[in-house]
Design a protein around this ligand. Structure first.
Ligand code: DG2
Length: 249
């Protein structure tokens, strides 16, 4: 049996301001730092140790990972970064307030943009300063493939090849793996691992900085998965994430 741990980053400044973030490179809040510390302490206290970690090229995930590793006395751990683990690109919604967007377009439309499998948010127009294909962190991404928006299906299409070609060989080699990423890049991976239907993936919300353990069989199919925190805590945190996309009454 293999065991991997998935972790969404701690609260970011735009999570706090309830703004669509996507590939915008925002920092953690003080609360986010605290959440990351708590995640590291929890993993350490539960006896977890890792051989390699994978993360995105966005600082909210990178910093969360560093804080976790620091609290596990494992800052020396090899870390691989890839844009393929970035948050789903939120297109022209990036920067907008989620509740205000719901007030303008309706809760149902925002739910489709946030949680549907194949409805992408409105795309950024060519020339928009939020498109940064020349940023060196995207050197391995051809400029003409730099996303202007992404639905979850698009995110699955770039996360799964990374899982298959980079992470799976390490899992099969017996390495203990930590993946520190984002709400929707993790939803993409979970959809693939658990074979979640396009309809059911709408109801999946990932709380910040809560370690999620996957036990995998020899074929890397999930045997079971569970958060280390108690069920009530996770339910409340996931419901809070779901509620971020509703217009305020
Ligand atoms: C959030 C997720 O991404 O937003 O891009 O706004 O995980 O990097 O904070 P993260 C964003 P929702 O899909 O939950 O609205």
């Amino acid at each position: 049996m293999y065991k991997i741990v998935l972790l969404r980053h701690g609260e970011s400044t735009w999570n706090k301001e309830n703004r669509f973030t996507g590939w915008t490179d925002v920092d953690l809040t003080d609360k986010g730092v605290e959440e990351a510390r708590a995640a590291g302490d929890l993993l350490r206290d539960e006896g977890y140790a890792f051989d390699v970690a994978f993360t995105s090229v966005l600082k909210r995930a990178n910093k969360t990972l560093n804080i976790v590793l620091e609290h596990m006395a494992a800052l020396w751990l090899p870390v691989e970064h890839s844009w393929r683990l970035n948050e789903r690109h939120y297109g022209a919604l990036q920067g907008l307030n989620k509740a205000e967007t719901a007030a303008k377009f309706g809760d149902d439309q925002v739910l489709k943009w946030r949680r549907s499998y194949d409805v992408p948010p409105p795309a950024l127009e060519t020339g928009d300063e939020r498109l940064t294909p020349n940023d060196p962190r995207y050197a391995s991404l051809p400029a003409d493939r730099f996303p202007h928006t992404e639905c979850l299906k698009d995110t699955v299409a770039r996360v799964v090849p990374y899982w298959e070609t980079v992470i799976v060989p390490r899992v099969l080699a017996g390495d203990r793996i930590l993946i520190a990423a984002h709400g929707n890049s993790l939803r993409a991976l979970i959809k693939y691992l658990d074979g979640v239907s396009d309809a059911d993936i709408v109801g999946l919300n990932i709380p910040t900085a809560q370690p999620l353990v996957y036990e995998l069989d020899a074929n890397l199919r999930p045997i079971r998965s569970y958060y280390l925190a108690d069920e009530d805590t996770i339910k409340a945190a996931a419901a809070a994430v779901a509620g971020q996309g509703k217009a305020k009454a």
